[in-house]
Design a protein around this ligand. Structure first.
Ligand code: TRP
Length: 379
């Protein structure tokens, strides 16, 4: 391993260094989403446009997508599975994955199982059980605000659905050794025993619907790339239990405000991003104060030489999430690179788009509490 290669760690519990996605594809053994896959998705969803996160390669890799789409074409529908670790406020990096998941649910007209891993966050974070329960409810409001179809969306809360999950989790756990866990997550002898067991719980929703409906069903998991080690384990074990390996569709990380290294995190103060509950004023302050700029030091220099959109966080936010319109994005890119558009102007535009988006989200979030019971998986 060269010095450069050691700089990056990406697993569910640690994302550090500049993330090299090409290298991750190789190391994890992922399939990149190519034109063929995109065509197949397009065919499956009819005349609809592909989601911009697919067009722009934000969701860029996966596993067994070809198989999944073939099955869908044959009339063998999949279900979606994604989740949330409730240890803090929801930020726009979470929302990005969930809004994309909603698009998948709508276009493919499928069921979604949404896991809240309160057990995981209790075991891994320095937070009390009560604090985690508070975040679980708070985070549910955000998931509901995304607008998932309540008739087709089922929340699984690990400690609340324990009676349903535990018999399945032990079937996974029995096929899993401590040495696999150590190798997959970088653990050692001093990790608590709950955290060693936990991945068995994250495997369960990938086959629980098959258990409940007493028929083997394909599963598609949309997630950010750091969760892949969990699902590599899941994929190894599920066929041994008589189920399909889950397919996945994976995205790169929305960059933290301060620049391009690592991922956003709701727990670390330094990388705290824009939160789902931020007011327009908070969005404005965060973008103006912290959003890393790809612009030049002086206006004169910027006008002459232009800015760098690759490293400009405001531009990246528009590209990843907040500017759906390709034409508009291209225009912004061109103008920023040529120096016609200043950092101040770009930030102002990003602030408007993000605030507008969050205002809509927050309106739905306000009404979400009374809807919780509708979403919780009935057992
Ligand atoms: N472990 C994830 C987290 O910490 C939560 C999660 C559970 C998840 N199941 C999932 C995320 C499935 C994506 C897909 O956030």
């Amino acid at each position: 391993m060269g010095e450069k290669e050691r700089d990056m760690t990406v697993n569910p519990y640690q994302v550090e260094g500049k993330v090299d996605y090409e290298r991750l594809v190789k190391e994890f053994g992922l399939e990149k989403i190519n034109e063929d896959i995109l065509k197949k998705i397009k065919k499956a969803i009819g005349k609809e446009e592909l989601h911009f996160m697919l067009r722009r390669g934000i969701f860029f890799a996966g596993r067994d997508l070809n198989w999944l789409l073939n099955e869908y074409e044959k009339g063998n529908k999949f279900f979606l599975y994604t989740g949330c670790g409730p240890s803090g406020p929801v930020h726009v990096g979470h929302l990005m994955v969930w809004y994309f998941t909603k698009w998948l649910q709508d276009k493919f007209d499928v069921e979604l199982y949404f896991q809240f891993t309160d057990d995981e966050k209790f075991l891994y974070k320095d937070l009390s059980y009560e604090e985690i329960q508070k975040w679980t409810e708070e985070n549910m409001l955000d998931v509901i605000a995304v607008g998932f179809n309540p008739k087709k969306t089922h929340f699984i809360i690990d400690t609340k659905h324990a009676g349903l999950m535990y018999p399945q989790a032990i079937k996974v756990a029995k096929k899993l050794t401590f040495s696999t866990i150590k190798a997959s997550f970088g653990f050692n002898e001093s990790n608590n025993v709950g955290s060693i067991f936990y991945t068995a719980m994250q495997a369960v929703p990938a086959f629980l619907p098959s258990v409940l409906k007493k028929k083997k069903m394909p599963c598609l998991i949309p997630h950010a790339i750091d969760q892949d080690p969990h699902f590599r384990i899941t994929r190894d074990i599920l066929p041994k239990l008589g189920y399909y390996k889950p397919a996945s569709i994976q995205c790169s990380f929305l960059p933290p405000l301060t620049g391009s290294e690592g991922k956003m995190s709701s727990s670390s103060e330094a990388s705290k991003g824009i939160l789902s509950t931020d007011s327009p004023n908070e969005v404005k302050n965060k973008i103006n104060r912290y959003a890393f700029s790809g612009g030049r030091d002086t206006i004169e220099e910027h006008k002459k030489l232009g800015g760098n959109t690759e490293i400009d966080v405001s531009f990246q936010y528009l590209k990843y999430f907040f500017e759906e319109d390709d034409k508009k994005l291209k225009e912004i890119e061109k103008d920023y690179k040529s120096g016609k558009l200043s950092t101040g102007e770009l930030k102002k535009y990003a602030i408007e788009k993000i605030s507008k988006f969050l205002e809509e989200h927050q309106k739905r979030r306000k009404n979400a509490k009374k809807l919780i019971p509708q979403y919780i998986l009935k057992t």
